[in-house]
Design a protein around this ligand. Sequence first.
Ligand SMILES: [Zn+2]
Length: 687
Amino acid sequence: MSAIPSAPADAIARHRELCDLVRHHEERYYILDDPEISDAEFDRLLHELERLEAAHPGLVTPHSPTQRVAGRPIDRFESVDHMVPMLSLDNAYSEDELRAFDERVRKGADLRNGSVSYVAELKIDGLSIALTYDGGRLIRGATRGNGTTGEDVTVNVRTIRAIPLTLHGGPVGRVEVRGEVYLPRASFERANREREEAGLPLFANPRNAAAGTMRNLDPALVDRRGLSAFTYQLLSEETSFAHHADTLAALRGWGLPVEPHWRRCEGIGAVVALCAEWADARRTLQFETDGVVIKVDDLALRERLGSTAKFPRWATAFKFPAEQATTALKAIAVNVGRTGAVTPYAVLEPVFLAGSTISMATLHNAEDVARKDLREGDRVLIEKGGDVIPKVVKPMLPHPEGSRPWVMPSMCPACSSALQRDEAEVVWRCENTACPARIRRALEHFASRSAMNIEGLGESLIDALVAQGLVHDFADLYGLTADRLEQLVVVPKDPRSERAKPRKLGKVGRNVAKQLTQSKQHDLARLIYGLGIRHVGEKAAATLARRFRTLERILDTPAEDLQAVPEIGPVVAASVRAFANEPRNRELVERLGAAGVNMQSLSADSSSEPGPLAGRTYVITGTLSSMSREDATAALERLGARVSGSVSKKTTALIAGAEAGSKLEKARQLGVETLDESAFLDLILRA
Ligand SMILES: [Zn+2]
């Protein structure tokens, strides 16, 4: 690569301004949850910054907000030794234990009378993390590991928008800031919805999901998952404060995320009151908290109190009482999902717990049932955590006499097909695509709000349509007339009512018919999502529709070209191909088309005007220093070029970044032109 020319002064000034602006708005959005501008306005700022950096690659530093996500997965994490061990905290489970903690502190402080000042912080149910800043710049993020040795997860930490890459003000030397990485409730629920769609086992709780995500080797996946963070501790030679409260205020002042509900409490009485208050109020938060951390505020006093081998003496973690109850496990039943995944659930003797009556609980997967050795007939301990769905914690031993370990049924409860299990997966599946249970779930998905949005086509109506043999697939829906629907007899599903009697649909049926007709006009993206192709979520569906314009083109596009679209990965591409290769699916699509369902994209066609690079095909390989490969692909595509995954004679040129490998070799063999990074930047800037 040729030497990078230095940028003109006005570009340098605007670059600095944009970096500050982007960070300011990231802080408003990700830390304060109080944005000042719209997402679109924010995107415009970020794009301006990207364009400026593409034009002046010398401006790009590792700390630019455009550089959060590394271009490609890494091989493994290096281990990191913690200079100061990351201790865990002693726990307190009751008011008595909190008062006993206070006794010990006051004794250590030689305070017979008078009270100690504490700082109480919500305990975040996530993964402990140590961030190192040098000269105000983030240089490392490490997990806690076993307390003395953790893993270097810097590439993943950098993707967390709540964590600043650069501090404002603050220490100039090297400091370590400790805190907790966590998955907000909404991100957790989204992650599990996506896993369900992909037929993968669900995360049991946000903490497991956060820990699993942080250990993923692909920073792009970590970025998408939406982790966040809070910090609460400072280790520094040069900067120290007299009180912990001052430390928290300073961390926030430097741009670091600090959980805002922390309070200074004068004496243990105030701490006890605060713990009681949050035991209920925690449900209103956007993240899981399982307790309150209580720390001595005066750092000199902390010094005097010191630590035991395991815990600091100046802090304790109060754990909220878990909302638990015992009840009878009447049966372990299984549920068949849209992808055929079969998951067990617990049928319980109804029991009242934390505001609602519980008669069912999730059991995650067969392995989980085996690990806990849950048996039908057991008395079981159930728990309602911060999340709404209750879970079965464990059986109350001994098991009833004559009971046996539970085994996954060998046949699908809905269609009696033999259940299959992949070697690599924990999931059992019914592979029968004509399975009525799968069809019901698939129809529910097809009619759902994000898909074809057919109001009124709910569970009980779908049950009736499938049971009466009127509907076998999506296309059959469009053969239903208003008259037929009006006369249809259904059994309403209402768990609160014992008196649910079969009745005719009547006017409701006419309305469903109207909704069905309207749904024919929807955008192609809704149809693609509604088809329920594995791994194709809402976003991928929208991307496919926008790019390829018609369903026919999507189904006729080779995997390689699907994958060349940014946001479409190899898994999605392979899944679309598998769907397209199945003759029954092709036939279904044809029948939907014949019924008048729209098969074209209605969104603005971004590729209607041929760009200056139209008709040319590029392949990108190696690492580009000025932008990620995804951004390079997007830049070329905006100019009308096609970006392909492999070099062939049709390739216009190969764009080779650092450490280009076999593709460079192949291009040479085929006599395909090769562009280095500066020639590539020239190309996109001149075009
Ligand atoms: Zn089945």
